[in-house]
Ligand binder design. Structure first.
Ligand code: ADP
Length: 644
């Protein structure tokens, strides 16, 4: 029997492995199975070039638990290792230069694994002793038994092993008995090994029979060795993509909307399938994540730095041997391959969407509501994506018609350009609440967009920035005559004093809750057939407030009270009647002029005795914009009955 020291200059490698890798210790299983799969793949390669003769026989990798002996074993029928190879690959290679490196990266466990291919040694995270039994495929090679108890000392001796391949036997630490539970191991296998290219067997298949779970004679195979993304798009039908989607996300009931099959081999290697899920709100977003694989080995579903943020809304898989997997996140961001991959995926996704849009605009429009969140998110966060997406990002009007911004511009160009040459897009986020405003706009032949999505406000601001002389205004933000000003606004014949008297009369009767809600009264000649009094809300202030809900540094706007304009329509006969009832009187007023006090005579107009009517008018305005509720509404109803 040979004894020796593992080729590492530091005695503390094992405590380090245990301690620093603690948080992620479950990855040991992934590492061991990857090695087993690699060994099997290598054997297949050797066989295909004729270096290994004859039938390769059973190539399944098996994972088994022996509860009595407290061992977990990973067995393969791959190329195996000779004693020299164990010495070279296990005893020497793994720890060359380890001491220096460890000092440098004490707390970056993942980096240690990645840098040194500590794959095999991760077994010591959960084991007090690890044994290797291996029989090389090489003719005349003797089987070897290696054993190590978590210190730099190991033993190595010849042994007898009837089958080609390697068994790695872990004597599980008392602290980690969960790894002797079938359920834990099956769970880990499903997580990391679901799509490995060699069959992984764990125990026997089980079936429910008469309310009991019974074991069948068949082995329980964990993985799909030919997952859809590794196959040629030409060989796959839509059903295959859908089926694979549900394989990836067994809990997902909805079908994906469509998919994109990624396949590049230059300048980097990348395959994968991305799915567009139905996303209705932010809440849905992160339930199913894109999974990242490296040669079919599951790595992570934290892909934030590898794909652009908005693409993380998609589902699916990305498989690339070129993404550095075991390094820190900050490193990932600066990695050139990663940047290229991210750029490539953006382009590919944008091209696919453009292609779908071109191929069938109606079909695309049908899916728009489900994908708009994702596309808008992309447009707002990625300039390159924006450039492509303007060609297929859609706007929907109240008749349910969809158009791109350019198409929509053409549609409204005739009517909705104001006297200064601004094209004004009218929109509502709540057609019921804005019903009266919408009717007035339609009466003028204007079109109204439905913009009720979570990102719509941002998308409109972006479109305004990118398009000169384009403005979006919510239908209730002013009188329709003011929203799209055609010529100088209609004038009425009233004096400023008369209007001030009218303004004050209304102001005194408005509900007040100065912290939360503020009303400003203005007198304007709208249209004779518009409401006598109505509410508008300044587009800019409202939008700032809405955006402040999502953005940092805008809390100033968030804290402002909601403010509305109560517009008194001096063109309306009812208002004209009220003006006629105003009384006017001359008052003396002291003013300071050039340091001297002077008395001037002023005209003051006032309206009295009409409070009930004014209240009724105010309530109608509130009612028309959905703001009359509770007690105020009850009072309105009663007053209406009395007036009748
Ligand atoms: P890595 O897999 O990153 O090279 P490991 O420490 O996991 O690092 O393994 C070191 C080497 O040991 C492998 O490259 C391989 O040559 C050999 N090896 C490990 N496990 C097996 C196995 N099950 N069968 C054959 N060779 C193996």
């Amino acid at each position: 029997m040979a004894k020796g020291n593992i080729g590492v200059t530091s005695d503390n490698i094992f405590p380090v492995i245990k301690k620093f890798l603690y948080s992620d210790h479950e990855i040991f299983l992934r590492e061991l199975i990857s090695n087993a799969v690699d060994a099997t793949q290598k054997l297949k390669t050797l066989s295909s070039v004729g270096e290994v003769k004859g039938d390769l026989g059973d190539l399944r990798v098996r994972v088994s638990i022996d509860k009595k002996k407290k061992t977990l074993t990973v067995s393969d029928h791959g190329i195996g290792m000779t004693a020299e190879e164990v010495d070279k690959y296990i005893n020497q290679i793994a720890f060359s230069g380890a001491e220096e490196f460890l000092n440098q990266y004490k707390d970056k466990a993942e980096a240690i694994i990645g840098h040194f291919g500590l794959g095999f040694y991760s077994a010591f995270m959960v084991s007090k002793k690890v044994e290797i039994f291996s029989q090389s495929y090489k003719e005349d090679a003797k089987a070897v038994h290696w054993s190590c108890e978590g210190s730099p000392e190991y033993t190595m001796e010849d042994t007898i092993k009837s089958e080609r391949g390697t068994d790695i036997v872990l004597h599980i630490d008392d602290e980690f008995t969960q790894y002797l539970e079938d359920a834990t191991i099956e769970g880990l296998l499903k997580k990391y090994c679901k799509f490995l290219p060699v069959e992984i067997a764990f125990g026997k298949k089980k079936e429910w029979k008469d309310g009991k779970e019974v074991e069948l004679d068949e082995e329980n195979i964990i993985n799909d060795v030919n997952p859809a993304w590794t196959r040629k798009p030409a060989d796959l039908k839509d059903e295959d993509y859908d089926k694979f989607y549900h394989e990836l996300y067994p809990m997902q009931m909805d079908e994906p909307l469509f998919h994109i099959h990624l396949n590049v081999d230059y300048p980097f290697n990348l395959t994968g399938i991305l799915y567009f899920p139905k996303i209705k709100s932010n809440l849905d977003v992160h339930r199913n994540k894109i999974q990242l694989y490296c040669n079919q080995v599951y790595v992570t579903d934290e892909v934030e730095n590898i794909v652009p943020e908005y693409l993380t809304l998609l589902h699916g898989v990305i498989d690339s041997p070129d993404i550095p997997l075991n390094v820190s996140r900050s490193y990932l961001q600066s990695d050139n391959n990663v940047k290229k991959i991210s750029g490539y995926i953006t382009k590919k996704v944008a091209d696919k969407l453009a292609e779908l849009y071109k191929a069938d605009k109606d079909e695309f429009a049908k899916k728009w509501d489900d994908i708009k969140m994702f596309i808008q998110f992309g447009m707002l966060t990625d300039e390159k994506f924006y450039e492509k997406a303007v060609g297929f990002a859609l706007y929907k009007n109240l008749d349910g018609k969809y158009s791109t911004l350019e198409e929509y511009k053409d549609q409204v160009r005739d009517k909705q350009v104001d006297k200064d040459g601004n094209m004004v897009m009218l929109y509502t986020n709540d057609p019921d609440a804005h019903y009266t405003y919408i009717e007035r706009a339609k009466a003028k032949g204007y079109d109204v967009l439905l913009m009720d999505g979570e990102l719509d406000v941002h998308i409109m601001s972006q479109a305004e920035q990118k398009n000169e002389k384009l403005r979006f205004v919510r239908i209730d933000s002013d009188t329709i005559e003011n929203l799209i000003k055609k010529e100088e606004t209609a004038k009425d014949n009233y004096t400023d004093e008369q209007k001030e008297g009218l303004r004050k009369a209304f102001e005194n009767l408005l509900p007040s809750d100065a912290d939360k809600l503020k009303y400003y009264v203005t007198c304007e000649a709208a249209a004779a057939d518009a409401l006598p009094v109505f509410l508008t809300q300044n587009e800019f202030m409202r939008r700032m407030k809405e955006m402040s809900a999502h953005q940092q540094g805008m809390s100033f706007y968030g804290q402002m009270p909601d403010s509305y304009n109560l517009v008194v329509n001096t063109a309306h006969p009812l208002i004209q009647e009220l003006v006629a009832k105003e009384t006017s009187e001359q008052v003396n007023e002291e003013v300071e002029k050039d340091g001297k006090k002077e008395t001037v005579v002023k005209t003051v107009c006032a309206l009295s005795g009409e409070d009930e009517r004014l209240k009724q008018l105010i309530d109608i305005a509130l009612l028309a914009s959905g703001q009359l509720k509770g007690e105020a509404l009850a009072k309105f109803v009663n007053r209406s009955v009395e007036l009748l």
